[in-house]
Design a protein around this ligand. Sequence first.
Ligand code: DON
Length: 311
Amino acid sequence: MTPLSTPDLHALVEGVYADLAPFRGEGAVADYIPQLARVDPQSFGLAVATTGGDVITAGDALAPFSIQSVSKVFTLALALGKWGDGLWKRVGREPSGTAFNSIVQLEQEKGIPRNPFINAGAIVVTDSLLAGHQPREALGEILRFLHFLADDESIVVDQAVARSEQATGFRNQALANYMRAFGNLHHPVDLTLGVYFHQCAIAMSCAQLAKAGLFLANAGRLITGGSVVSRERARRINALMLTCGHYDASGDFAYRVGLPGKSGVGGGILAIVPGQAAIAVWSPGLNANGNSALGTRALELLAQRTGWSVF
Ligand code: DON
């Protein structure tokens, strides 16, 4: 992949922001979690953290937003650290071709979700982190992991978003109860979902998110040298992000952007450029598949202009 100088990258990020800023407000802000609907639809931020140590930002890149399903990347890394390949007995590694909150495959596939990024799969991953822990401890572990990765202890849960999701999370309760009936949820539904709702309600800025995801671009290591996951595991997480990170739009995202990516209904997307950078974009308006409309366009344009792609 093309190595870029810092000034060139600065100019490219600024250029993508400037070209797309007129389209702010595109898409529909998620409202099935009422608190998410209160966000300013005009928000638009972009951050690129490079393996060379630069963090390049544009727009609202320092404003915290609800990371929602982007949290699933970090809980997956933690759960693989705890259970290794044993985790794959409880969750698959195939794209679902269905919406993030779909229940249809669970009956035919005996309560084993297709992958760790659809809601059902992420709930199982979170359940696996609860083993031997109270919910508060499991959530603490997730937050500490993010503090360590982003080198930033200011990252917290947005309690209003967590409460809002808890009050309206009927589909997630259905998914969790369904899996519990199949024996694939090992803790009471309320406890597992309590952690899941709070992890989704973690608030981070694009800059924090790009820094936190950088280990996936850096062969599993912090750029300061510490190991987070093995090189092989980083590659595998990236493979899952590419194939499953955008639900039933994962193929379209791979086609348009060509990078591993994980979206959230808060309008954030984390994308990984192996060897080069982690990119975080945020724009709350979503497309029909529940992924940031302008965020996807920003990544598409940045990938075109930088030449970054895994293909
Ligand atoms: O479980 C939910 O519905 C949300 N907390 C997360 C969903 C999400 O971010 C889907 N991503 N596009």
